[in-house]
Ligand binder design. Structure first.
Ligand code: DP6
Length: 397
């Protein structure tokens, strides 16, 4: 193969993150700047991750392309993807200008291939992992020196929550105050090793109909909710401080209380929007009920629920309470698939008391899958490419 037709490749995997202080509202839609800071837990990639290969070659014809889970995506009309690609290319072009021996990757078409190890339709924050993997893989392909924090400025333009998936452990997205968004980026609050016993049980709930997409929902909330301004200016800034302290001190009771309060506050401003936005359903409420029952029985907060823009429940707990939290759900949902997950060995069915009949029946009929996972690290560079040495997409992993 002649030097100028070489296929350049880099591959990465990136995690999903689930916020405990929610991002909901934009102060600038073009730059994707949030109305408030947010904070999330990065989840283990063993259960949930996006694998992306970025490749570039002068032998590629046509425009940049992306194949996601085997399907060609229209990235030309996606302003957000275009913003990410443009930014990454300009950083590569700067390197090429400084060092003329570098191959001119910035001028080659990009061929991107990506796949999730979980169903995209399950509504599990796939855009966060997706944009984080895309940005990281291209940054590696271009050999960019930028730090994860600096790359988060780019991923943010793809999808706000994606900026928090460029790091592992507990990650804040600082809203920033600059008009150009230059200080609106992610920051690691604590690494995985600080609190490795943090677990997350995900109950996948099927929605009857597709909910309002988050971008549109946020705009409705910003424009119409009477409760939202207090959340943006007072409630979230106070909670950010409190939860960061709780994380530093590994104080689960405070961490759990704020997590539940903030999820409820986010769904309250959704309900207070006009037209109102409903993401939770009866199954979500049954999961809340089960968590509240477990906490009541324990006499303290040992489990915390949180819900994004859909009915799926994510329940945080510590390893030592696996049988009292995940065990309660295992009693009810033993036949549902997913219990064989990463931390399933810790989960024993428990005799700690049962749930009321209605909660039990609602969970049984509404949860289609469970995922037992925990906290995890940031993106990882890997050698397994989804584009072969001839530039062709590899059909399956
Ligand atoms: C409810 O990051 O999907 O999950 O920036 O418009 O792409 P865009 O929104 P997105 O919103 C996520 C909202 C949330 C809360 C959160 O993850 O903080």
């Amino acid at each position: 193969m002649s030097a100028d037709s070489q296929i350049y490749r880099a591959s990465t995997t990136a995690p999903v993150n689930i916020a405990v202080i929610k991002y909901w509202g934009k102060r600038d839609t073009a730059l994707n700047l949030p109305t408030n800071s947010s904070l999330s837990v990065t989840l283990s990639q063993k259960s949930l991750r996006t694998h992306t290969t970025a490749s570039a070659s002068s032998s590629y014809s046509g425009q940049d392309s992306l194949i996601l889970n085997g399907e060609e995506e229209d990235i030309q009309s996606s302003k957000r993807t275009q913003a990410c690609l443009k930014h990454l290319r300009s950083l590569r072009a700067e390197l090429e200008d400084k060092d003329s021996s570098l191959p001119k990757l910035s001028s080659f078409p990009l061929r991107l291939v990506s796949s999730n190890n979980f169903p995209t339709a399950a509504g599990l924050a796939s855009s966060a992992a997706g944009f984080a993997a895309l940005v990281r893989a291209i940054a590696d392909l271009y050999e960019l020196p930028q730090s994860p924090e600096q790359l988060s400025l780019i991923a943010r333009q793809g999808s706000g929550s994606a900026c928090r998936s460029l790091q592992g452990g507990f990650v804040a997205w600082r809203a920033g105050t600059e008009a150009d968004g230059s200080d609106s980026k992610s920051q690691e609050v604590a690494p995985v090793e600080h609190w490795p016993t943090m677990r997350a049980l995900i109950l996948v709930v099927s929605a009857e109909k597709k909910g309002v997409p988050s971008t549109a929902g946020m705009q409705t909330t910003v424009e119409t909710s009477t409760l939202a301004p207090a959340r943006f200016t007072e409630i979230v800034p106070r909670r950010m401080k409190e939860i960061e302290k709780a994380i530093q001190e590994k104080d689960f009771e405070t961490f759990g209380r704020i997590t539940m309060q903030d999820s409820n506050s986010f769904h309250a401003i959704c309900l207070d929007s006009w037209p109102p936005i409903h993401y939770l359903n009866d199954v979500s409420r049954a999961a809340m009920n089960a968590v509240e029952t477990a906490n009541r029985k324990a006499g303290k907060i040992i489990a915390a629920y949180t819900f994004d823009a859909g009915p799926n429940a994510v329940i945080y707990y510590e390893k030592e309470n696996a049988h009292l939290v995940a065990g309660v759900f295992k009693n009810v949902l033993a036949r549902v698939s997913g219990w064989e997950g990463e931390f399933s060995d810790e989960i024993r069915p428990n005799e700690y008391g049962s749930l009321e009949q209605k909660t039990l029946m609602t969970l049984k009929s509404g949860v289609s899958r469970v995922i037992c996972t925990g906290i995890g690290g940031g993106p990882e560079k890997i050698d397994r490419h989804l584009v072969d040495e001839h530039g062709q997409p590899v059909s399956s992993e």
